[in-house]
Design a protein around this ligand. Structure first.
Ligand SMILES: [Mg+2]
Length: 208
């Protein structure tokens, strides 16, 4: 097993560490009396597969309470700690730009839930691949198929299986059941030292 910290893992936040779908179900009921279940969410574009309107979704995401009270995906803390123990540095990369103060709320949430991470980077969808490249990421854990496709040319992507991310995958993307399965694979590949190719650009400083 590697005992240094040069195995770099990029990790998405919402839908991977935070259970944003559960929060959407909860807020839909309590704020708009709209009854949806996890099974209804079969697309990244939630307004296309539920009765929620785009404006209602924006109301959720611009409400600080939505992000402050997000439930954590069970065992995330332990699983990410396992990656760290295996010699990986975990960089959390998230596309959260919904309101002023969301960076502090996000950092506070990660600290409160004792999530181990090396850095937290805020990056728009189109910038995520640039961040992965700058970090020289070997692996990336994602829940959105569109992001996985963008990241595939840069590193090995572990896509957590969800009803909303079904579709054809590039070679560099591996579909796994859950975060535990993603961590198991990364630890296994890290042990073998046969790491996927990465770019040689200098690491990006965390802007958060
Ligand atoms: Mg996500």
């Amino acid at each position: 097993m590697r005992n240094d910290s040069n195995v770099v893992v990029g990790c998405d936040l919402d839908g991977v560490i935070s259970d944003i779908v559960r929060q959407l179900v909860r807020f839909s009921r309590s704020k708009h009396s709209v009854s949806i279940t996890k099974r209804h969410i079969v697309s990244e574009n939630i307004e296309t597969c539920t009765s929620l309107q785009r404006e209602q979704l924006h109301d959720f995401f611009q409400n600080a309470e939505f992000f402050r009270s997000l439930p954590m995906v069970p065992h995330s803390r332990v699983l990410l700690a396992r990656l760290k123990a295996a010699g990986c540095s975990v960089h959390i990369i998230t596309d959260r730009f919904w309101y002023e103060g969301i960076r502090k709320d996000t950092t506070d949430w990660l600290v409160r839930h004792r999530i181990p991470f090396e850095s937290l980077v805020f990056a728009r969808k189109a910038e995520k691949q640039d961040v992965a490249k700058s970090l020289n990421a070997h692996f990336f854990i994602e829940d959105q198929l569109s992001n996985a496709r963008l990241l595939a040319p840069l590193c090995r992507v572990l896509l957590l299986d969800r009803p909303y991310n079904q579709g054809e995958l590039p070679d560099q993307v591996t579909r796994v059941n859950d975060l535990k399965a993603a961590v198991d694979l990364i630890v296994e590949w890290t042990r073998g030292l046969d790491l996927p190719h990465t770019s040689q650009r200098a690491p990006l400083r965390c802007p958060a």
